[in-house]
Design a protein around this ligand. Structure first.
Ligand SMILES: [Zn+2]
Length: 146
């Protein structure tokens, strides 16, 4: 039997004490009788670092760069309140939407809120047109009656 090292070559062991060649499975040196410690000597130096799984889970949000830090539920709620302030909120919305913040989550949230506000404004405009039109129509009818 031959011991193979990582490269697939025949591995030759030498006595740590006297330096003579050893049999692959020898427990003791045939020359001087010193015990062979090949198991400890042949261990690879670069062992994969072991890390604690629960520890990495706890530190997960701390390892995220600031651009991708998640916003908490209350964070979203706070920004929503902020954006719903007339004029000031809309300015903040524009600032966050167009590069005012490094945080991707906040930017996307601001953009989605911006689209939502446009949608609401368009719907409100349509409602005003419809009901305003009806109001004008009925108003003209009433004015014709009198
Ligand atoms: Zn020896």
């Amino acid at each position: 039997m031959e011991n193979l090292n990582e490269n697939g070559n025949v591995q030759k062991n030498f006595c740590a004490n006297c330096g003579s060649e050893l049999n692959p499975n020898a427990q003791f040196c045939g020359n001087c009788g010193a015990p062979v410690q090949k198991a400890e000597v042949q261990q690879p130096a670069n062992v994969q670092p072991t890390y604690n799984q629960t520890n990495t889970n706890n530190n997960f949000t701390n390892n995220i760069p600031p651009e991708y830090q998640p916003i908490s539920m209350w964070g979203y709620f706070g920004y929503e309140l902020l954006f719903s302030i007339p004029c000031v909120g809309f300015i903040l919305l524009l600032v966050f939407s167009f590069g005012g913040t490094k945080n991707q989550n906040l930017r996307n949230f601001a953009r989605s809120y911006f689209c939502y506000m446009i949608l609401v404004a368009v719907l409100a405009f349509i409602f005003i047109l419809i009901f305003g039109g009806i109001g004008a129509f009925t108003g003209s009818m009433y004015s014709n009656l009198y």
